[in-house]
Design a binder for this molecule. Sequence first.
Ligand SMILES: [Mg+2]
Length: 369
Amino acid sequence: MKIKKIETFSTKYLAFVKVITDTNDIGWGQMSTYNADITTQIFHRQVAPWSIGFELDEEKPNFSDHLQIILEREHKFPGSYLLRALSGLDTALWDLYGKLKEKPVASLIGGSPKKIRVYGSSMRRDITPKNESLRLCKLRDQFGITAFKFRVGSECGRDKDEWDGRSKDIVKTLSKDLGDKVDKLVDGNSCFSPLKAIELGEFMSDLGICHFEEPCPYWEHDQTKIVKDALRIDVAGGEQDCDISTWKSTLGKRIVDIAQPDVMYMGGMYKTLEVANMAHQIGMPCTPHAANLSLVTICTMHLLTAIPNAGKYLEFSIEDESYYPWQKNIFNGDPFKIEDGLIEVTNEPGWGVEINSHWLENSQYMISE
Ligand SMILES: [Mg+2]
């Protein structure tokens, strides 16, 4: 069974990949979101040409080394875009094998269909503590969500709050309003110097916050390590790190307590499983980054059923079309239904989702064959 052609359907924000074999078997995957039209160009230039004609084993997935070979052939182009593109191939091939074997991807990678606890993940900083509290409490009561993450500092903010005093205000407000039964996580998005991060971290520990994500500029590994060593609160990070060698180094130095690879930044499931496994070897939980309701969240759901060091919950974006206009009507039905704070990985083959044909018709089509 050979890969015969690969089609892509892209917009500026989102791109899907359809792999078709000479036996007319099909798998659907996705590249990472944002500048997905650029990623698509890279896909057809640097990923697809190595993959057309690739012989797939009909019995079991045999493409792990093929993904690595693409990176070796393109070794002059290390970095995010190539890996974002590679994710499209990896995730389409997992879907293809799922459909061939009539099993969900979860079952192919050592997991099984089940319900997973989610944490509601806020993306907003322009929101006042009071209004953030209103919407998170509403989601808690409506969907039974038992954990939430909200934002402190400002993005790569050089120690500046979004506005003066917001970080401590929102921690105080949400700590009180969400209550003791809800896990409370915060994300600093690379805002703080170690000194400020430790000061805020201690304040947050006293108020019951359990997870401090990306406290320092993510590329400053030693700064993150200082904060992690100083605080009782779990320090989490790694969402931007897409390179295996970076992970080897940061896991080796234990700069965080919780590893957060992103399936779509990493180059797909194989590479993310590799990171999760390396974290497992050192006894570290893995709570992947999944910041929007595209295929990245679906892939992460399947992954969490399979890894022994799965963190306590799935990141689940609470933002709707007002924040992510491109997120609307991507899939048929509702694969993101939450009940009692849980989301379900179903028994459907592959990723178990169907892309909306109307969305595909309105995207840009390209083919490699
Ligand atoms: Mg984050």
